[in-house]
Design a protein. Structure first.
Length: 202
């Protein structure tokens, strides 16, 4: 019981609370989107996006980085993005290219994270380039949806520019995470080989 209380107290931080809020917001966000209540959906999306941008900064500034937070933050990111892109794919087929690329990226990253866990390697915390890619995604999608749904304005050139920027940011983030993944796996293999050589020499 004391261990549970200590664990709870250690992880009851502002960044973790923000991550939990992002998880809870997903339900009303999806309901608002599917009922085409775009202003409500936009408010939920704004809250989610702002909390995602600031939770990491708060954790580092106030020394509130926790192992639970390193897990909650990317899970909240992925689930929010997946929920949003599915809604967008249903309501706005024009953004389907972003949806496909994002889904592929996140599926591959989830598989990579699972591989690291199987190798007993702790997956890295979210990096700034991942946050930037997420922010660009939020801005681009919100702009496209607001212009189309609220103001009944469609501009093909603007849509292409925003989607291209989003895709580029996603690819840059994906490649950067892939480099970290390869380094972690190599370091793990080198460590295993070193331990094996020490045992053989002894």
């Amino acid at each position: 019981m004391d261990k549970f209380k200590a664990y709870f107290k250690r992880n009851l931080t502002i960044p973790n609370i923000l991550s939990v809020i992002r998880l809870v917001i997903i339900i009303p966000l999806v309901i608002s989107f599917l009922h085409e209540s775009y202003i409500e959906a936009g408010i939920y999306l704004l809250i989610s996006g702002l909390s995602d941008m600031f939770d990491g900064a708060i954790a580092r500034k106030f020394n509130q980085v926790t192992q639970l937070g390193k897990i909650l933050d990317p899970i909240a990111d992925k689930l929010t993005l997946i929920a949003v892109v599915i809604c967008l794919a249903v309501l706005f087929p024009d953004v389907l290219p972003i949806v496909v690329i994002l889904m592929l990226k996140d599926i591959i990253m989830l598989i990579g994270g699972a591989i690291l866990l199987c190798m007993k390697i702790r997956p890295p915390a979210a990096k700034w380039y991942g946050k930037v890619a997420t922010a660009i995604f939020y801005v681009s999608i919100t702009t496209i949806v607001c212009l189309s749904a609220i103001f009944d304005y469609k501009n093909w050139v603007l849509d292409v520019i925003l989607m291209s920027l989003t895709v580029i940011a996603m690819i840059v983030a994906f490649v950067s995470y892939a480099v970290i993944f390869v380094k972690l796996v190599k370091n793990r293999k080198n460590l295993v080989n070193d331990n094996s050589n020490e045992k053989e020499s002894s």
